[in-house]
Ligand binder design. Structure first.
Ligand code: NAG
Ligand code: NAG
Ligand code: NAG
Ligand code: NAG
Ligand code: NAG
Length: 744
C-alpha cells in the first residue's frame, strides 16, 4: 500500500502514499462489480510527482522556467516532456515525471519544500427539475433567469459538444470577466470553455462528463427519452448557465496532477461554480493531501462554490469522500419517477418493479412457468437449455459475469426474468438496459415472488406474465437515500441529498452506446449524477445573488433543505428505515427556498484556515492554504464544532455542551425569528437568546445552542434533533447530532 514510505528524506516530507483509486462517482454495473472499485498502481520507473519548490515572486512565464530549473532535464529518456503542469492558483508548485532517485536529488536542492506522488483516481434529465419544484416560465426558475450569467465549470471526462443539450438558443454571450477559452468545434454561448489536461482531445469517450454537464446546465431539448422512457423535455437544473469543461479523466482514470491543473485553470478562467463528480480515496481528516481537498480550498477562497460527490461506497460506514467543510458534499437519493413494469402471478397477485427495456409495448397475455432455484439464486446455470419458455427469478449480484449470464439465458429463449435486489441494495434499484424482458425489483418484492415460486413449485402451477407501464411519476416515498451513497464519519457530512438514482441525461454516442437507439440520452446512477443537480442549484442562487460568498450560497442550500419526503414522512434510506443525518445531511435540496433563505451563515477564509490549524496544524496550513505569510500561531483555532456551520455536531454527554453560531440577515430588513427545537426524547436543546430581532439587511446576530443528553440506549451511536429559526416567512433549519465517542 505504501511503496513510497521509504522516501522520507531529511528535507523531503512525503505528503501522501500511493493509495487505492479515487473514482468517478457513478455506478456502472457493466464495467465491474459496482461495489468494488479497484485501482491499478503505476509501477513504471518514472512516477508523477506534485512538487512544492521554494516560492518565487516571478510572473507566469518565469514561474514556468523556475519550475523547469528544478528538473534534471526537460525530457525523460523516453522523450516525453517532464514538466506536466505549473500551478499558479490551486497550488504553489508543479507536476513532473521523475524517477525516485531524481526526486531524491531534487529534494537536496536548497529550499526544496516537499513532493508527493500523484495518484490515479478512477471513473467510478428530463424530470428532476420538476421534482425539485422548478416549473418553466413561472416563479423562481425564470426569476433566476435559469442561471443566466453564471459559469459552471466541471472536472470530468470531457464533453460530447455536438449534443443538442449544449446548443445555445436563448443564451447570451458569457460575462466579460470570463477569461477561459474553448477549443472544441462546437463552442458557443452555452459551451464557453473546453480544455483538456489529459491529451489534446477534449471529446468525451466515456459519456460521464456529457451527462454531468447536461444535468447541471444542459439547454432545453424536446423529445428526449431513453428508448421511449422518461420522455419529455430534457433540461439541466440551470439551463441558462454557461458550461466550461476541464477534461481531467481519460479511459476511466483521473490523475491528481490533472485534477489540480483543472482547478488551477478554472480559477484563472473565472468560473462561478465548480462541479466535481469525482471521489478521492482520501478525506480531510485522514488523508488531506489530495488534489481535490487542496485545490478546492483555493477555489473557494477565490469566490467559487465547489460542489463534490460524497462517493459511492455507501455499504460501508464512514465512507464519505470530499468531506472538507469548504466543499459542498452531495449524497444521492431517488426521484419520484419509476420506469414501471411488473409480473402477474398465477395466484392473481401483481408485483410491481421497474424495467429500462419495455418491449413489446403490449406483451401477450400468455403465462409462462416461473423458474426459481434456491440453490442458484443468482442464476449461474451451467446448462441453460431447460430455461427456454420460462420466467426466471434471480438475485442481482451486480457482477459483469451475471450480466453476461443474463444475456446468455435470455438469448437461449427464456420468456423473461425477474431480477431482485439483494439484502445490501434492498429498495434502491439501479436500472440497466438488458434489451430483453428483464424486470428489476426491490429485495422485498423479490421475496414475495420467491416465496410464491417455492410454494407452487411442486404443483408446477407458478406462472407469470410480464407487463410494462412505461414511465410513472409521483412515486412515493421519494427521495429515499440510495444504498451506494456514502455515509459520514465525524463532521456532519454529506451536506445535502439530491437526485442520483436512475437519472436520465445526455450521453455520448460511444461504442458502449452505439448498440442502442440513436437517442443520445442515458439513465445512470451515482453521486456523480447527484452532484451536478446541486451545482445547478448553486448557479441559480448565484444568478439571483451574485455578491453572495461561496459559504453563504452553500450554507443557504443546507438550511433550506427539505427534511421530509413527498409523503410527508421522514426521508428513508434504502432499507426503508429512517435515514440518519450521516446519509442525507441537512435533507433534500430545495432550489427555490435556497435562493430565499432569510438568514445565512458565513465562514471566512480565515475561519477555514483556523479550522485547518486545529485539525492539521502548520503543515496542513502550508499545503492547503499555501500563503507563506500565515502561521497557525497567528490564527484563531476553530475546531469542527465551533466552525460557523449550520449543522451542529456535539458529544453525546450528560453535561451541557454549548456552541456559538452567527447568522446574517438577507431577508426583509425587519424580521423576528424565534427558535423552535425538535429533539429525541433523551436530548435537550436550548437556544439563547430564544428570539433574534433584525432591523437591517446585513445585520449579524450571534446565538448559542446548548445540548444535554440524558439516559439513552447504550447501543445508540447518536441522538438527533434540530433547531429552526422561524419568522412568518422563513425557516432556517439546523440539524443537530450528538455523537458518542466523538473527541473534540
Ligand atoms: C421552457 O422555456 C424555454 C425558454 O423560455 C423554452 O425554450 C423551453 O422549450 C420551455 N420548456 C418547456 C418544458 O416548456
Ligand atoms: C411438472 O412439469 C414437469 C415438466 O414439464 C413434469 O415432468 C412434471 O410431471 C410436472 N409435475 C406435476 C406435478 O405436474
Ligand atoms: C401497470 O400496468 C399494469 C398492467 O396493465 C396494471 O395492472 C398496474 O396497475 C399498472 N401500475 C401502475 C402503478 O399504474
Ligand atoms: C434489441 O433486441 C432486438 C431484438 O431482440 C434487436 O432487434 C435490437 O436491435 C436490439 N436493440 C439494441 C439496442 O441492442
Ligand atoms: C460563545 O459566546 C459567549 C457569549 O458571547 C461567550 O461567552 C463564549 O465564550 C462563546 N463560546 C465559545 C465556545 O466561543
Amino acid at each position: 500500500m505504501a511503496p513510497f514510505n521509504n522516501l522520507l528524506l531529511p528535507q523531503l516530507l512525503l505528503l501522501a502514499t500511493l493509495s487505492a483509486t479515487p473514482a468517478l462517482s457513478y455506478i456502472d454495473p457493466s464495467s465491474a462489480d459496482a461495489r468494488v472499485q479497484q485501482g491499478t498502481m503505476e509501477r513504471s520507473a518514472y512516477g508523477t510527482y506534485i512538487v512544492e519548490p521554494p516560492s518565487s515572486s516571478a510572473g507566469e512565464a518565469e514561474h514556468h522556467r523556475w519550475h523547469e530549473s528544478f528538473l534534471p532535464s526537460w525530457r525523460t529518456n523516453t522523450g516525453e516532456p517532464r514538466l506536466l503542469h505549473s500551478y499558479t492558483e490551486a497550488f504553489s508548485g508543479f507536476a513532473a515525471k521523475l524517477t525516485k532517485s531524481e526526486l531524491d536529488a531534487m529534494a537536496k536542492k536548497p529550499g526544496f519544500i516537499r513532493a508527493f506522488p500523484d495518484r490515479t483516481l478512477q471513473l467510478m434529465t428530463t424530470h428532476t427539475p420538476e421534482f425539485l419544484g422548478l416549473r418553466n416560465c413561472t416563479g423562481f426558475w425564470s426569476n433566476a433567469g435559469y442561471g443566466k450569467g453564471v459559469i459552471i465549470g466541471l472536472l470530468d471526462t470531457g464533453i460530447y459538444a455536438a449534443h443538442p443539450s449544449f446548443g445555445d438558443h436563448g443564451i447570451s454571450p458569457p460575462p466579460a470577466r470570463w477569461k477561459g477559452w474553448c477549443k472544441a468545434a462546437h463552442c458557443n454561448n452555452k459551451l464557453v470553455g473546453v480544455t483538456s489536461f489529459v491529451g489534446v482531445d477534449s471529446h468525451d469517450q466515456d459519456g460521464h462528463g456529457t451527462q454531468t454537464s447536461s444535468t447541471a446546465a444542459g439547454n432545453f431539448v424536446s423529445g428526449a427519452s431513453f428508448h421511449g422512457h422518461g420522455s419529455g423535455i430534457a433540461t439541466g437544473i440551470a439551463p441558462g448557465a454557461h458550461i466550461a469543461m476541464y477534461k481531467v479523466c481519460k479511459a476511466g482514470d483521473c490523475e491528481e496532477f490533472a485534477i489540480l491543473a483543472g482547478i488551477d485553470a478554472a480559477i484563472k478562467d473565472g468560473v462561478d461554480v465548480l462541479s466535481i463528480s469525482l471521489a478521492d480515496s482520501g478525506n480531510i481528516f485522514d488523508d488531506y493531501k489530495n488534489a481535490i481537498s487542496i485545490g478546492s480550498f483555493s477555489a473557494v477562497s477565490k469566490g467559487i462554490v465547489v460542489v463534490c460527490a460524497a462517493g459511492n461506497s455507501g455499504s460501508t460506514r464512514s465512507s464519505v469522500k470530499n468531506d472538507a467543510p469548504w466543499q459542498l458534499t452531495v449524497a444521492a437519493g431517488s426521484v419520484d419517477r419509476s420506469f414501471g413494469a411488473g409480473v402477474h402471478l398465477g395466484n392473481g397477485r401483481s408485483v410491481q418493479g421497474e424495467a429500462l427495456t419495455q418491449f413489446p409495448k403490449k406483451p401477450s397475455s400468455r403465462s409462462y412457468p416461473l423458474h426459481y432455484d434456491e440453490k442458484l439464486p443468482d442464476c449461474k446455470y451451467d446448462d441453460v437449455s431447460h430455461l427456454a419458455g420460462k420466467i426466471l427469478v434471480c438475485e442481482n449480484s451486480f457482477t459483469q459475469e451475471q450480466e453476461a449470464e443474463i444475456h446468455h439465458i435470455m438469448g437461449a429463449g427464456a420468456a423473461g426474468m425477474v431480477l431482485y435486489n439483494d439484502m445490501v441494495t434492498q429498495y434502491s434499484t439501479i436500472l440497466r438496459f438488458y434489451n430483453s424482458s428483464v424486470v428489476q425489483m426491490t429485495a422485498h418484492d423479490g421475496g414475495v415472488i420467491t416465496s410464491y415460486a417455492r410454494e407452487r413449485a411442486a404443483a408446477n402451477g407458478s406462472a407469470a406474465l410480464v407487463y410494462y407501464n412505461n414511465t410513472l411519476l409521483g412515486v412515493r416515498p421519494a427521495p429515499i437515500v440510495a444504498w451506494f451513497s456514502s455515509r459520514a464519519p465525524r463532521v456532519l457530512k454529506p451536506d445535502i441529498l439530491a437526485p442520483g438514482l436512475n437519472i436520465l441525461a445526455a450521453w455520448t454516442p460511444n461504442e458502449d452506446y452505439s448498440a442502442l437507439a440513436a437517442t443520445p440520452f442515458k439513465v445512470s446512477s451515482g453521486t456523480s449524477m447527484a452532484t451536478p443537480h446541486v451545482s445547478g442549484v448553486a448557479a441559480l442562487v448565484k444568478s439571483i445573488h451574485p455578491s453572495w460568498s461561496p459559504a453563504a450560497i452553500k450554507l443557504a442550500i443546507l438550511t433550506t433543505a427539505d427534511a421530509v419526503s413527498n409523503d410527508g414522512g421522514p426521508i428513508l434510506d434504502h432499507r426503508h428505515e429512517k435515514a440518519s443525518p450521516y446519509m442525507k445531511g441537512a435533507g433534500h435540496v430545495n432550489p427555490a427556498r435556497a435562493a430565499d433563505p432569510g438568514l445565512v451563515y458565513e465562514i471566512s477564509t480565515t475561519e477555514y484556515a483556523g479550522f485547518i490549524c486545529s485539525k492539521l496544524g502548520d503543515e496542513g496550513l502550508a499545503i492547503i492554504v499555501h500563503d507563506s505569510s500565515l502561521t497557525c500561531a497567528k490564527l484563531p483555532k476553530i475546531n469542527e464544532v465551533q466552525l460557523n456551520y449550520p449543522t451542529i455536531t456535539v458529544q453525546l454527554k450528560p453535561t451541557p455542551f454549548t456552541v456559538n453560531r452567527t447568522v446574517t440577515n438577507v431577508g426583509p430588513a425587519t424580521a423576528t425569528y424565534t427558535a423552535k427545537v425538535e429533539a429525541s426524547k433523551s436530548m435537550a436543546v436550548h437556544a439563547s437568546p430564544g428570539t433574534l430581532t433584525f432591523t437591517k439587511i446585513g445585520e449579524r446576530k450571534t446565538f448559542s445552542v446548548s445540548v444535554v443528553c440524558g439516559k439513552h440506549d447504550e447501543k445508540q451511536f447518536f441522538l438527533e434533533g434540530s433547531l429552526s429559526w422561524m419568522s412568518g416567512k422563513h425557516v432556517v433549519r439546523s440539524p443537530i447530532v450528538a455523537l458518542s465517542g466523538m473527541s473534540i
